[in-house]
Design a protein around this ligand. Structure first.
Ligand code: CA
Length: 230
């Protein structure tokens, strides 16, 4: 199914140019010339992304953006601002209000489409931030860890460590690789630090169906195994 883009722009020539560019790129396009029309469109259809002009006849795009982001039904829809204003402070205001990107007129259709693709791709990556390995499931955005639905508490380092291992079941990671992937300042760190944190993860998983999830591979490092221990 093609993704749907709502184009909110009061200048007919720009609205058509943008709409045509999006259709040519394979998107479904809805058009609105003011915020009132845009709200009606949003009410009737599922929208994947909004291209929003800054200067509109009824309400400024920036004001509407703020309303959109506060509303739980629309807050997750990515928004790219379209505007003639190119000053740094306007850009900051747009981004602070929750815009995902900002395109200054005049722009080329090709540039616009590239920005749209990037924003949509980012969105789909975020919704996929979940790892499941046997009885274990983790969600990065919520910083949650569950074993068969029961919450497990982990520290930040332990979470990252388990995230890496459980994200690639069966794959063996050396201590050096884990240091690199999990710690921000791994340069001078001792590889035994990894062992300390693996032990902490194992303690938290002890007594659950995921108690043997992290396996030590002698002479190599660690790996996660997808086995139910029940
Ligand atoms: Ca305008």
């Amino acid at each position: 199914m093609p993704e749907t883009i709502l184009v909110v722009e009061d200048e007919p020539a720009i609205r058509e140019l943008v709409g045509f560019a999006c259709e040519t790129a394979g998107y479904e396009v809805l058009r609105a010339e003011c915020v009132k029309q845009a709200k009606e469109q949003l009410h009737d259809k599922a929208v994947d992304l909004i291209l929003l002009d800054w200067m509109l006849p009824d309400l400024s795009g920036l004001q509407w953006l703020e309303q959109l982001k506060r509303d739980s039904r629309t807050g997750a829809i990515p928004v790219i601002m379209l505007t003639a204003r190119g000053t740094e402070s306007d850009k900051v205001a747009g981004l602070e209000a929750g815009a995902d990107d900002y395109v200054v007129k005049p722009f080329s259709p090709r540039e616009l489409i590239a920005r749209i693709r990037a924003v949509l791709r980012r969105g789909s990556q975020e919704s996929e931030k979940t790892v499941v390995c046997g009885p274990l499931s983790m969600n990065e955005a919520r910083f949650s860890v569950k074993v068969d639905g029961v919450d497990i508490k982990l520290g930040v380092i332990e979470f990252k460590l388990l995230w890496v291992l459980a994200g690639a079941p069966g794959r063996v990671y050396s201590r050096a690789q884990l240091l690199e992937l999990v710690w921000d300042d791994a340069a001078d760190m001792d590889e035994r630090t990894v062992d300390v944190h693996v032990l902490r993860v194992r303690k938290q998983l002890a007594g659950t169906p995921a108690s043997d999830l992290i396996e030590t591979v002698r002479g190599m490092g660690y790996r996660a195994v997808e086995t139910h221990n029940d």
